[in-house]
Ligand binder design. Sequence first.
Ligand code: ADP
Length: 164
Amino acid sequence: MKTAIYPGTFDPITLGHVDVVQRGLKLFDNIIIAVAGSSKKSPMFDVQTRLQMVQDTFAGDLRIHALSFDGLLVKLAQKHQATAVLRGLRAASDFEYEFQLAAMNRKLDADIETVFVMAREEYTFVSSSFIREISTMGGDVDALVPEAVRLKLRHAKGVKTCLD
Ligand code: ADP
């Protein structure tokens, strides 16, 4: 059984992330999606909500397990006997950060490989920050996020409209 761990902020999960997971399933038997708790990014959604949206998105797929985490990724990988870290690459702009992260994780545990996959071309421009920004300004992002996120964003918009 080959297990990979897919860490991220998932604020919120997008169809780009979903595509990365689906590609990962061609390479691994199981994927653990690890939703980072204390992100430097000051997330829009709290970790419980981000995790819930991930869980709802993959509900019923026994190959995927989602959890939240704080602390060292390599320790989490060791705990779950994951042999790889799964990450996605969009454009060259992702490369520098991803390269540093992979190199650092390799320093911490040389046995854990980082594997990169490219999402479908139409998701190349999709990022959680783009989704948050467009949605907050009232734009339609339904085609770019899973159903669980559509519902959550619609709810957030409704609350905002009531407060305006
Ligand atoms: P982080 O804060 O760790 O970067 P993100 O949730 O932003 O967390 O991203 C997690 C991973 O998913 C990163 O490797 C990122 O490059 C990748 N990713 C996000 N969106 C896409 C996309 N549209 N296509 C391919 N990879 C993506």
